[in-house]
Design a protein around this ligand. Structure first.
Ligand code: SF4
Ligand code: SF4
Length: 603
């Protein structure tokens, strides 16, 4: 029996995975994929499925765990965002060679736009490089059904399969006909075969040949063949589309009345593109327009520059999302219709710039860092604390864990130039566990000199408060072992490791100064700034908005507003002074230490 349920795309993917008998699921959070694993946990509980579900320390570890379950014969999935796939690329490429015996799905959610990512990269290109087939859903409902198709494809050919939703699929909601849950009857059974599972270079060469044969066979697998969605007539033109661009095109075909003039094809498996489909296109149509996000993966496989138009030819914008108004313009031009002058989305108005939440302890840390090292260099990392850029305490953001390596790099570069510069790097607790430990070990061994502030708010706040290895809770809320951060830092060889609450601002500034002295003379110093995420405390009702007051001594100097930037400090232009927004103030009291005239007081 099936039932119709309104589901977000990520929830639908999760339901599709659980219904298809996924036994092991692992992930590291990252927008737009973050909700997939928590939804898997919810569905497994609701369906009574026996599963191992975990938030792994990073995407590489998550992939290795799920992959291993798949070579033991179970169905397994790993989910991440597209930049997470970079972290997992090493085992991802090897897994394609070695193959699987159970079904293995790599869900890599892309972020065309990009709305919340460092890069707009297209996971399909990495899949092409790895020789891993890709399924490209156009809607939440299709993402759910392709989860099951992906497992079938994986098992039919013994390869990992990528499911590649994009932000608009992950976060859209739709009524879906949810498949029933069928309990898995499989048993883990690893069949030893060192020539395959522990392959040496000679065997890898053979495995590569075998993989190329599999990809050729997948290019004619009936279940994933492209389909023409407006059959009838023999038009000379065709539009070939995948993902959300297909959904926009299908709607616009009706609105523009071009269904009888142009054929519309949906490609759900952009790589490998079906060989017979390529032949059919080139034999049948004089002009072909390809609509896909983000890279020209389908277009380059058709590869006939005389008849194919798309991102490679410049007919379609080379970067950014294919928003409905862009697709409308492209289709009108392709159909020879007048191009409508509809206003294009610009990606949002001016609004207020993003800032840390009221009561966020990261704000205290950044304020203290600026106080302790006013002429310092501040490498930082990936997380909500990247917003410290507005507070003048974040100078660089490269990728997960790079704050630590960049701090070392700045130190080496300055010392080579005969300069001594204070360097204070910041990294969140989750990011530290993810990718900060190896560069910390390297920095200690190489004798680098900087202060590393680990902003420990006890959660992965930016992606929805998933647990970290230090939280002591698992994906389903169960109690787990918790990592001792201080012990870990000391085990990396750091001799100065101190923990403090950054909301105690004067003491925290003094501690940072002490750490800077140590770093100048003796190497890396680590300060753990520990205070729970304000949103977690807020949700638990831990706020006292009446605790803070602005006195008549406020002279409107704006120091608190411009340098501390708590959203609950509101500048009243008419009165030329500051007031407290009691709706949002958490009563943390940190601003008391910020006002130079002492006009902010505990009430
Ligand atoms: S509260 Fe203090 S820092 Fe803020 S504007 Fe008034 S005098 Fe300046
Ligand atoms: S007490 Fe001050 S710093 Fe804390 S939330 Fe309220 S206004 Fe912001």
């Amino acid at each position: 029996m099936s039932d119709l349920i309104l589901m977000q795309g990520n929830d639908a993917i999760a339901r599709g995975l659980v219904a298809a008998g996924c036994a092991v699921a692992a992930s590291y959070p990252g927008t737009p994929a973050s909700e997939i694993l928590s939804s898997i946990d919810r569905w497994r509980k609701k369906c009574g499925a026996t599963m191992h579900v975990e938030w792994a320390v990073n995407e590489k570890v998550a992939l290795e765990i799920a992959y291993t379950a798949a070579i033991a014969g179970l169905r397994a999935a790993v989910s991440m965002k597209q930049v997470g796939l970079n972290v997992a690329s090493d085992p991802f490429l090897s897994a394609a060679y070695l193959g699987v015996t159970g079904g293995f799905l790599v869900v890599s959610a892309d972020d065309p736009g990009p709305h919340s990512s460092q890069t707009e990269q297209d996971s399909r290109l990495l899949a092409m490089m790895a020789k891993v087939p890709v399924l490209d859903p156009a809607s939440p409902a299709q993402a759910m059904s392709l989860a099951g198709t992906g497992f079938d494809l994986s098992e039919a050919f013994g390869v990992p399969v990528m499911l590649r939703p994009t932000t608009r699929v992950c976060h859209a909601s739709q009524d879906v006909d949810a498949p029933p849950f069928l309990p898995s009857v499989r048993e883990a059974r690893f069949v030893k075969d060192p020539a395959r599972w522990a392959a040496t270079p000679l065997f890898r060469r053979k495995l590569h040949d075998r993989l190329a044969e599999k990809i050729e066979a997948i290019a004619s697998w009936p279940a994933t063949a492209p389909i023409r969605v407006n059959p009838g007539g023999s038009p000379a033109k065709a539009v070939v589309a995948s993902g959300v661009a297909f959904s926009h095109a299908r709607e616009l075909f009706g609105e523009l009345g071009i269904s009888d003039r142009i054929a519309l094809y949906q490609v759900t498996q952009p790589y490998p593109l079906h060989a017979a489909f390529i032949d059919h296109l080139l034999e049948t149509y004089a002009e072909i327009l390809v609509l896909e996000e983000s890279a020209p993966v389908i277009e380059m496989q058709i590869a006939d520059r005389r008849r194919v138009r798309g991102r490679m030819t410049g007919a379609v914008p080379g970067t950014g999302e294919l928003l409905p108004e862009i697709v409308e313009r492209l289709l009108s031009r392709f159909a020879g219709l007048p191009v409508q002058g509809r206003t294009l989305s610009t990606g949002g108005g001016r609004g207020r710039r993003p800032t840390l939440c009221p009561g966020c302890a990261h704000r205290s840390s950044f304020y203290a860092i600026r106080k302790a090292a006013p002429a310092g260099i501040f490498p930082s990392d990936i997380g909500c604390y990247t917003l410290g850029i507005n507070l003048g305490a974040v100078d660089t953001v490269l990728c997960m864990g790079a704050a630590v390596s960049q701090a070392a790099g700045f130190d080496y570069a300055n010392r080579l130039s005969g300069k001594q510069v204070d360097i204070v790097a910041t990294i969140g607790d989750s990011t530290f566990y993810h990718a900060g430990i190896p560069p910390l070990i390297d920095a200690v061994v190489q004798g680098a000199r900087f202060v590393l502030v680990i902003l420990d708010n006890g959660t992965t706040a930016m992606t929805g408060n998933q647990p970290t290895p230090g939280s002591g809770i698992g994906a389903g809320g169960e109690i787990t072992a918790a990592i001792d951060m201080e012990g870990l830092v000391r085990a990396c060889g750091v001799s100065f490791c101190r923990t403090a609450n950054p909301d105690r601002l004067p003491e925290f500034v003094a501690l940072l100064k002490e750490a800077l002295v140590h770093s100048r003379e003796r190497g890396v110093a680590v300060v753990i700034a520990r205070q729970p995420c304000a949103m977690v405390a807020f949700a638990a009702g831990g706020r006292d908005p009446g605790a803070i007051a602005i006195t008549a001594e406020c002279n409107g100097c704006r120091h608190c507003v411009d340098r501390f930037e708590c959203p609950s400090l509101v500048f009243d232009e008419a009165a030329n002074r500051v007031r407290i927004d009691e709706m949002t103030c958490t009563g943390c009291g940190v601003c008391v230490h910020v006002c130079p005239t002492g006009a902010i007081r505990s009430a």
